[in-house]
Design a protein. Structure first.
Length: 252
């Protein structure tokens, strides 16, 4: 298995050459809005995600990045509501609950990770495959060895691994580097870049815009609940306005 530095280097090359247009669109969002009570947190969002592609959404705190992921997943809190279309492989998911969306092939690793501290690593991973087990899939543990190879015991790695146990086609990650040391952050991003080879499409929300654009193929900029800019990750990383707004302080 490649080390994290090698995978990051490969990711940077891939970011300069986006996934070919021939790759099928697995997730398409259009006109997606979300509100908490009377406050609109997301307005008219539209994005596409292709098989094997890493798409990132960057923006300041409070821009609505987590709301975007939760709205796609159907996981808004009780006081939240959404409107718009979420298509997975051409099928409208808008009327489906979280469990049904997971069964279709979507997984979300939330910012808080939501692991069960009283359970072992393996038990947490088995929980991720519970839906497949309940559906009668005899090989529901077929991801275990590969997932254990990715996990170094860190909570975030375990959270990602648990999501992968559901064998998703779309993996959504909310601030995977939050609170992590730089070395662990590079390992996490290396794992994310390696998922390209599995065909999993990844939607990555990150406060660390520089790191996100290094591993992504395509990117969106979210400000005050609206997607205001999009383009190949390499082009966004070279955009003067984005550099000044999001990348300047992160330059090492």
């Amino acid at each position: 298995m490649m080390n994290a530095d090698t995978m990051i280097a490969h990711a940077e090359v891939a970011a300069a050459s986006p996934v070919a247009p021939a790759a099928p669109v697995v997730l398409e969002v259009s006109g997606l809005s979300a509100r908490y009570g009377k406050v609109e947190a997301l307005h008219g969002a539209a994005l596409k995600l292709r098989a094997g592609q890493i798409v990132t959404v960057i923006g300041p705190n409070g821009a609505g990045k987590s709301t975007l992921l939760n709205a796609i997943m159907g996981a808004l809190p009780v006081n939240g509501s959404s409107s718009g279309r979420v298509l997975y492989e051409g099928h409208d998911l808008s009327s489906l609950d979280v469990e049904e969306r997971v069964a279709r092939g979507l997984s979300l690793v939330p910012e808080k990770r939501e692991l069960f501290g009283t359970m072992s690593v393996e038990d947490n991973l088995q929980l991720g495959a519970y839906k497949r087990h309940r559906n009668g899939e005899r090989d529901y543990m077929d991801q275990l060895d590969s997932v254990l190879a990715l996990s170094g015991g860190e909570r975030q790695m375990l959270a990602v691994g648990r999501a992968l146990m559901a064998k998703p086609q779309v993996l959504m990650l909310d601030e995977p580097s939050l609170g992590l040391a730089p070395l662990i952050t590079r390992e996490i991003l290396g794992i994310i870049s390696a998922l390209r080879d599995t065909g999993v499409a990844t939607l990555l929300v990150e406060q660390n815009a520089r790191a996100a654009l290094q591993v992504a193929d395509y990117g969106y900029v979210l400000e005050m609940g609206e997607l205001v800019k999009e383009g190949p990750a390499g082009e966004l990383a070279a955009d003067k306005q984005i550099v000044e707004s999001y990348l300047g302080l992160a330059r090492k």
